[in-house]
Write a protein that binds this ligand. Structure first.
Ligand code: TYC
Length: 102
């Protein structure tokens, strides 16, 4: 004969909250855009201070690329486009891309 447990286990299934995926904005190095211009764009579009902008620029310069920030998809894409356009408007090949965060 089996005995009934006195206390029922009270496990609840937690429904997973669906958060929208985040997207990284990545700065790519090139050989032509002046360092100071990259710093200006990072300050203007990504609201970085001089120090942060300089560090990010130098990381991309040395390593080839640097992740700048993560945003919702539309924000990431808009900012990457805006920053790339700023370079283009001055004739520079400066390029920002986006990538889905895993
Ligand atoms: N490599 C460029 C130079 O030497 C500067 C630069 C840094 C350009 C970072 C793009 O993402 C970049 N003038």
């Amino acid at each position: 004969m089996t005995t009934k447990p006195l206390v029922k286990p009270r496990t609840k299934v937690q429904p997973k909250t669906q958060r929208p995926p985040l997207y990284k904005v990545i700065l790519l190095n090139d050989d032509f855009t002046p360092r100071e211009f990259v710093v200006q764009v990072l300050k203007a579009v990504f609201r970085m201070n001089e120090d942060e902008a300089y560090r990010v620029m130098m990381t991309a310069h040395r390593r080839g690329a640097c992740v700048i920030a993560v945003y919702a998809r539309d924000v990431a894409e808009t900012k990457a486009k805006e920053a790339t356009e700023l370079g283009k408007s001055q004739g520079y090949p400066l390029y920002f891309t986006t990538e889905k965060e895993e």
